[in-house]
Design a protein around this ligand. Sequence first.
Ligand code: TXA
Ligand code: MG
Length: 332
Amino acid sequence: MPRKSTARLFRGTPRNLSYLARCLRAGEIVGVPTETVYGLAADALNPAACQKIFVAKGRPTTDPLIVHISTLAELDRIAIPNAAALRLAKKFWPGPLTLILPKNPAVPAIVSAGLPSVAVRIPAHPLFRRLIRLSGCPLAAPSANPFGYISPTTAEHVRASLGSKISSILDGGPAYIGLESTILDLRNPARPRLLRPGAISREALAAALGRPVAWRRPKATKSNQAQIAPGLLTRHYSPRTTLLLHSRLTPSLLAQSGPDEAFLFIAKPSGRMAKNIFWLDARGNLRGAARRLFAQLRALDTAGYRRLHAEYATGEGPAEAINDRLRRAAAV
Ligand code: TXA
Ligand code: MG
């Protein structure tokens, strides 16, 4: 049943952290900061607690969760790692990389949506890692947004959209990466597959593995269709306002449009400024742009514009992840 009260924000004091760890051990769900986006966490080994995540988010149970651990020693409790996974874990953890591996039978079916595989990562955010250690359990956590909406990058975002459904949010400041983790399918280490681009680029993974990493871009599917392959829903991270994408936001496009349309550039454009012109990073730094993308989309979505126009990022590394989120946000 939805709660009437609004979720409370907790700063990361030792006392607050041990209170929230007790909540998690008792089977409650808690909003948590990570370096990528905020998550909604529960004891991954407690199916009833994980069920609450799906209810709060309105997420179908066909969409599996990521399990977060705080040290590499815990990996065996969750998954059956291979040599390639251990190599990547040593290089990129703690950090924004999620590995899909064969599941340890101890992980309940609700976490993996009944699949024989499981998603796992060690997050880099120090407060979240401390909370995992204090709670003594691996924490399952999807992004803390209502299913299908833009992922939250601040505690306030979580409160704004899930505040009536949860009691507690640990405030760890704005997420410094701003996009969800890179997801790599390593069930078969001979054929690593990228399922979701993120801050750790496909090139960096390929270099560490010594072999190419394939990325099958999600095909257009209807928004509410059951997922054939989890993690590959096209429409995701979506604002409610119509979003149109352009390879370049040109002066003629701007000239043709009205004040009820907003324009989101990657870098600050030169020339005349108007109230409906926005950018992600003044100098076009792609890490900065990634960090601000979701917050900017949220702000524009509630500003009352009739339509939003955004331009694609160009280049390697973060551009792939930024463009993936833009495409998903614009998919209909
Ligand atoms: O950065 C992140 O990854 C954030 C923070 C909180 O860690 N979490 C996150 O979780 O983005 P979520 O649930 O919003 O996205 C996880 C994706 C889902 O699309 C899910 O389908 C996919 O991971 N996934 C989980 N387990 C899987 C599995 N066994 N096989 C394939 N995909 C899986
Ligand atoms: Mg999500």
